[in-house]
Write a protein of this length. Structure first.
Ligand code: KIV
Length: 300
């Protein structure tokens, strides 16, 4: 007999912050009810409803087209699917760029949709003010620096950030600014390992890396990348733990082949039958008697 695994406690933002230096944080993106259920059951500490939704689910070339409404729709589905993981809503492009007031209102909509925190990209002075205002509305904020995909046009592409000492120094300062502002954790995306190690040592909040080497306090990958569900470009830092796209296609081909050769469905195990032979006989008799049971509308 297997002993049932004890129910895990719902993860909160303060719990994630307290994990620094104690246990590594495992974070995944999730976009809907089934992905949230699977990632939560697998034991993810954090589920990020990432704006990568735009690319891996909605088929856009970058993250810029996804709206607050799109993100809220998917956040609600993830909330319904996850019991334990902390749910972080990723604030999409233009939802925190126009004014502080609008940013706080948009962040609040994620909380009302069931997320427990939001993630905001960047750390320039105006962004820090926005983050402080969101925090002031009692909303935990996860920072995100390095390659910030919403700045793809300003950065000139999806490129490694902080390769030279000046850029790296700027990123270190940004990390400290986000920590001081009150972020409970910080995503470091696509930065050199050495820089991620330095930031991780410098700040008291957990760093969560994606393409940032092994020294971070946690790691995050996109659900579709980990499972091999996405056949677009796969970055160097992704480790695929399954080949789901290929496996799913194989399974669907088998189904279609069974439909076409008539072997699906099986008339015993995969079909329903009349209540009894008696009922079947009554049906035949009724048909043979003729007459109209249900008057059908006449075509003009
Ligand atoms: O949207 C996303 O998936 C992200 C992660 C890569 C951190 O922001």
């Amino acid at each position: 007999m297997t002993t049932p695994t004890p129910a895990r406690k719902k993860v909160t933002a303060p719990m994630i912050r307290a994990m620094k230096g104690k246990s590594r944080i495992g974070m995944l993106t999730a976009y809907d009810y089934p992905s949230a259920r699977v990632a939560d059951a697998a034991g993810a500490d954090i589920l990020l409803v990432g704006d990568s939704l735009a690319m891996v689910v909605l088929g856009y070339p970058d993250t810029l087209s996804v709206t607050v409404e799109d993100m809220l729709h998917h956040t609600r589905a993830v909330v319904r699917g996850a019991k334990t993981a902390l749910i972080v809503g990723d604030m999409p492009y233009l939802s925190y760029h126009v004014s502080v007031e609008e940013s706080v209102r948009n962040a609040g909509r994620f909380i009302q949709a069931g997320a427990q925190a939001v993630k905001v990209e960047g750390a320039k002075a105006s962004r820090i003010k926005t983050i402080e205002a969101i925090l002031d509305a009692e909303i935990p904020v996860m920072g995100h620096i390095g390659l910030t995909p919403q700045s793809v046009n300003a950065l000139g592409g999806f490129k490694l950030q902080g390769k030279n000492a000046d850029d790296a120094r700027r990123l270190l300062d940004e990390a400290v600014a986000l920590e001081r502002a009150g972020c409970f954790s910080l995503v470091l995306e696509c930065v050199p390992s050495e820089l991620a190690a330095m930031i991780t040592e410098q700040v008291t909040i957990p760093t969560i890396g994606i393409g940032a080497g092994p020294s971070c306090d946690g790691q995050v990958l996109v659900y579709h990348d980990v499972l091999g569900m996405y056949d677009g470009h796969t970055p160097k830092f992704v480790r695929k733990y399954a080949n789901a796209a290929a496996d799913l296609q194989k399974a669907l081909e088998a189904f279609l082949s069974d439909v076409r050769d008539g072997s699906f469905p099986n008339d015993e195990s995969e079909s329903f039958h009349m209540a009894s032979d008696e009922e079947l006989k009554r049906l035949y008799a009724a048909r043979d008697e003729g007459g109209v049971v249900v008057e059908m509308p006449k075509a003009n």
